[in-house]
Design a protein around this ligand. Sequence first.
Ligand SMILES: [Zn+2]
Length: 305
Amino acid sequence: MTHQSHWTFGASTLQRIIESEECLLSPFEIFSDCTQEHLDANRDWLMPRFQDPQTGILAITIQSFLVRQNGLTILVDACGGNDKERARPHFHRRTWPWLDRLREAGVKPEDIDVVLCTHLHVDHVGWNTRLENGRWVPTFRNARYLVAQREWDYWRTAGPAALIRTGDFVTDSVLPIFDSGQAELIGDEHALKGDIAIEAAPGHTPGLSMLRLRGGGSEAIVCSDLMHHPLQLRYPRWSTRFCVDPTQAARTRENFLQAHAGTGRLIFPTHFPSPTGCTIERAGTAYDFTYSGETKAQIGRQSRD
Ligand SMILES: [Zn+2]
């Protein structure tokens, strides 16, 4: 099935640029609260689309979002990137055709005006830079790279322990954008245009940012790693083992779900499998979701391809 990958909100368009769509992490590796009983209770909708029936590994998409409005081109996040030395095989010395996919969307790297780094994690900053004659240089030479002040304050002082699991992505994918003078530190609320705004969603990391679009009577929120997997709609208190402040992450997620359930707003949690965009509804003490362009009954049945 071909999934929806393009949406329009008034004068703005939103498009997904996928780097990888695979089963990547064990549910027990991501969520310390998860047990086999939880998985069994959700088996009917998890498999095969959100969890591999053979291995039990969860589907995790790695992607960017392209937002365009009247000549302004914004890239939200930059996936894992190519040629990076990483401790995790999925990110190590890869040769993804991600730039080709960007070009297929009609955008050259030099066309990007703004890169929003929703947070500084290995799977969100990779394409910030590319290898050129042995040096890491900004991929988007005309862009301002927006980073929340709180996020930068954390990583600037986090020390090597914060990078052990992934390898040091700060040196090759973050520092070069500061060295080139393209990084711009922003506060908790930041308006890019009247109808495109950045909002804070702290917890997963201290400066996690979301992008909110309004237009044509509808609204979208690219909420990044506020949630990593649809299981967190069933269990909103579940934070990941990679959350800097799991308690704050859970509070932020619960407030977000409460605020947006039943509103018809399209939510784009970065790692949700295709088509990613969904609406959220209350379901008892938890939440349910409906994918953009689908009915709820389709959610469990779709394959990942
Ligand atoms: Zn992520």
